[in-house]
Design a protein around this ligand. Structure first.
Ligand SMILES: C[S@@+](CC[C@H](N)C(=O)[O-])C[C@H]1O[C@@H](n2cnc3c(N)ncnc32)[C@H](O)[C@@H]1O
Length: 233
C-alpha cells in the first residue's frame, strides 16, 4: 500500500486526536483548571449541595436568600440570569451593567465582549442601573438604604468584582447570599472573581460558608455568616 494512503482509523486519528485534541491548547488548559477546581472542592466544600444544571442552582440559591433587603445583579448582559432571579425573587431586582461589555481582556475574550446592542427584555420587577459599576453604585447606595440580601456577581473580571465588594461590603448582612458566576473551573480562575472575594474576606474578617456549587460550570454560592464591617444598611 502506498505510504500516502491511510486507513480510515489512521485518518480519524490524525484529524480528531492529533489535530483537534493533541494540538489544541484549550483542552489541557481546561483540564488543568478542572483538576485545580476538584482539589479546591474537596478541600473546601465537601458537603455543600451540588448542581448539574445552572437554572436549578440559581433557583436554589434565590430561595436560600430569604432575608429582607436588596437583590442585586452585577453583569446583566443578555439578561438570562436576571430573568431567572426576577421570576423567583418576589421583590425588585436591580441589575447593574454598562451594556458595553467587559472593560478589560478576560479569559481569552477581548475588551467589549458581551456588549449588547439593545437592553434585554426582563420582568417588570427588574430595574437597570446603567453605567460602569464605580459610577452607578455610589448614587444607588445613597438612594437605597437597605442591606443586601442577595448578590449575583456575574462580571467576570477581578477589577469589577473588587469594585463591588469595596462598595457593598458594609451592606452585606449576615445571612446574605452571594452567587458567583465565574468562581472556578476555567483557566486562571484564581485571578478573577475568586481572588477579589478572597481578598475581601481577608481584609474585612467576613466569615462565610459554601451553600451550593456547580459540577458542570463555574458557579459557586456562599452565605455570609459574620461581617465585622456590616453597617446595618
Ligand atoms: C458575562 S456578561 C453577564 C451575563 C449575564 N448575567 C447573562 O446571564 O446573560 C458580563 C457583563 O458584565 C458587564 N461588566 C463587567 N464589568 C463591568 C463594570 N465594571 N461595569 C459595568 N458593567 C460591567 C459587561 O458589560 C457584561 O455585560
Amino acid at each position: 500500500m502506498p505510504l500516502f494512503k491511510r486507513t480510515l482509523s489512521e485518518f480519524l486519528f490524525r484529524r480528531f486526536v492529533l489535530k483537534h485534541y493533541g494540538s489544541n491548547l484549550l483542552v489541557d488548559l481546561q483540564l488543568d483548571a478542572k483538576k485545580e477546581t476538584i482539589d479546591y472542592v474537596k478541600a473546601n466544600m465537601p458537603d455543600a449541595p451540588y448542581f448539574e444544571k445552572h437554572p436549578q442552582l440559581v433557583k436554589f440559591v434565590v430561595n436560600e436568600a430569604s432575608l429582607p433587603g436588596l437583590y442585586l445583579e452585577f453583569g446583566v448582559g443578555r439578561g438570562k440570569s436576571i430573568r431567572w432571579i426576577g421570576a423567583d425573587a418576589g421583590r425588585t431586582v436591580y441589575g447593574f451593567d454598562s451594556f458595553d461589555g467587559i472593560p478589560e481582556y478576560w479569559n481569552g475574550n477581548p475588551v467589549g465582549a458581551f456588549a449588547q446592542k439593545k437592553l434585554p427584555k426582563v420582568p417588570d420587577n427588574v430595574k437597570f442601573e446603567i453605567g460602569l459599576f464605580d459610577k452607578t453604585i455610589p448614587g444607588f447606595l445613597q438612594e437605597h438604604e437597605d442591606p443586601v440580601a442577595f448578590l449575583h456577581v456575574d462580571c467576570d473580571l477581578y477589577s469589577s468584582t473588587v469594585t463591588i465588594f469595596d462598595a457593598l461590603g458594609p451592606r452585606l448582612q449576615p445571612g446574605a447570599v452571594v452567587l458567583f458566576d465565574e468562581y472556578y473551573n476555567f483557566p486562571r480562575w484564581q485571578q478573577h472573581e475568586y481572588k477579589a472575594f478572597q481578598e475581601f474576606v481577608g481584609k474585612s474578617g467576613v466569615k462565610y460558608e459554601y451553600i451550593g456549587y456547580s459540577v458542570t460550570g463555574q458557579q459557586v454560592a456562599v452565605r455570609i455568616l459574620e461581617n465585622p464591617i456590616f453597617t446595618g444598611g
